[in-house]
Design a protein around this ligand. Sequence first.
Ligand code: PGA
Length: 252
Amino acid sequence: MDVSKKLVVGNWKMNGSLAGNAAFLEEVTKSAGFGCAMAICVPFPYLAQASHLLSSASEIALGAQNVSEFDEGAYTGEVSARMLSDLGCSYVIVGHSERRTLFREDDGTVGRKARAALGVGLLPIVCVGETLAQRNDGVTLEVVTRQLDAVAAEVDGLAVDRVVLAYEPVWAIGSGLTATTEQVGEVHASIRVWAQRVFGGGVATKILYGGSVKPGNAAELFAVPNVDGGLIGGASLVARDFLAICRAAADY
Ligand code: PGA
């Protein structure tokens, strides 16, 4: 992981098709020579395809969107960290709010998934963030710290500086609502302090912002102190938009 560059990660969620992915990846790999680090997190069934198509573009890393907390064995339907690594993944998203909410993943599970990823050399992208009710109750920093502490407790002793953190306010995901630069700045500063305290060398920890990042707002979000890049959902499905966001990140 290049600590000096911003990192832009696309999260396709449960979208894609063999034909559509091929067209997208061809367009993105063609526009080589980005000044930012890039990764694309695709659904499990498309990892092999994306791994193959991205092999010519070494600056674009491959990632998955979830991983089992278990190493191997009788866990029907699960996908292990080693399998992801086998398929060429460098990153895996853990604790996305959709998984926390829709699939009832708790803080401990998220921490164990991060540990499983680190155990095979994958970089976990750990998502944290508050709901609108929690923001309105004034407990945003408390919620985010609790989520981060749970991960630190599980990955204790592993290479914690290899954890990527992503602040994603739940109310800003897929809603078209973006957190203000003040809101983003406040939470990212607090995450930086946390990373320095818990990880020691916190400056090297990448802290991404996610939640309705678009070509039109990417530059101002990336200019906020302690924002080291973005986790992009909807806008990562359209190559032109994703590339525009990467270009905004490359200006730093
Ligand atoms: P969004 O999603 O960009 O569509 O808001 C971000 C995410 O869920 O990671």
